[in-house]
Write a protein that binds this ligand. Sequence first.
Ligand code: SF4
Length: 474
Amino acid sequence: MKTSNLPFHERVDTAFQDDFLQESLKKAQEKFRTGKANTYKPLGDPERWRKRAEEIRKHTIDNLDYYLDILANNIEKRGGKVFFAKTAAEASQYVTDLARSKAVKTVVKSKSMISEEIHLNQALEKLGADVIETDLGEYIIQLAGETPSHIIVPAIHKNRKQIAELLSKVAGKELPDDPPGLYQFARKVLREKFLQADLGISGCNFAVAETGSLLLVTNEGNGRFTTTFPKAHVIMMGMERIVPRWKDLDTLITLLPRAATGQKITTYLTAISGPRSENDIDGPEELHFVIVDNGRLNAVGSKYQEILHCIRCGACLNICPVYRHIGGHAYGSVYSGPIGAVLSPVISGFDDWSELPYASSLCGACTDACPVRIPLHEMLVDLRHDQIEQKLSPVTERMAFKMFGKMTATPKYYTTGLKAGKTMLNLFSSREGIEGGVGKLKNWTNERTFPSPAPQSFRSWWKSRKKNNDVKEV
Ligand code: SF4
């Protein structure tokens, strides 16, 4: 799940220095947000839709074991195979064993965040298989040797010149940075790969328990090639990506493209129920559902359970002021933005993700944007609280806050502390304010000017007014 070994602050600094990234994030956020607002309008009261979507997700996750059981039975009835993977390693092992048993040489993939999460490509490549991402954005970042920087727009950080350079390497000649020409070239390369592929791997937007079906939401049609051409197809699914009935999908599919890209409807909605039957003219001969836990059960029954309601629309990224400035790679996780800042520590613990809950201004815009009403900003506060409870914050920070707590609880200490603080701050103040602090304080004052202490404190001003009878006691 980790996408970088660099420390968080270094990743953030790199993002800050990337002017192109800043510009493209701003444009993308504005485009998606306007699109979302326009496509929500015809729905009438969006709150009613959001509440209904929240109810569906809540009911499903409250009864997750029940619906997973129904799903697995129905997949098997239709001839599919089901494997429940507790860990990333188990999921990866299942797919690589399958690929090995079939002497797979070429694997085509349709966008799947869960396979990014478990590093499936690397495991298959170790077997010597040629693994090709077929979503155009994913294909571009695969050529660049990078990871997605947005849940739904993985190559949001690349411009057309960079894309032309990457595709030119595949072409073996220089390609002009003309988008239609680049699409055509990528299309031709990928079509050949679809025809060669012996294994297809796709993600899963929703699995429908009542019929054991997979639903894929795509805009490029690559999902249909991936799930139809190769003889074997593996569906990688996070265990929460399930709905009880087709009826429930109506609400979720109405909201998903609107919240994600501002589209009323996605270009392709592909439903797959079982492998090819006798009467089918195409489709895979074998269908495998790999249902992955990888830490998700940590959330079930906890105060973070609602994070499993997520439908991966990316709306929280598209509104977040922090994501807007640092982009996806700075989070260092496959999942970025507010959803990543909650999901990564919840499913994988704080060892690698202790900084992420702090990558937020706690403005609450993510919560307002979320089509299934996940209280993301409240969970970010809870995660910070958990770290304090578990004594994971630095000792110096804990000591400082302890002293601060004691000081503010005792008027005598508080008054003395204020005076001492003022004297200290004055040592670093210039006319403009405080621009260069010491130690860790520099992280703050290097980016913004901290105001100098006022010549007269509020308390002394209040005292003098009282003395002059300017203030009447109430
Ligand atoms: S948390 Fe909500 S807004 Fe963010 S990706 Fe998930 S469903 Fe979308």
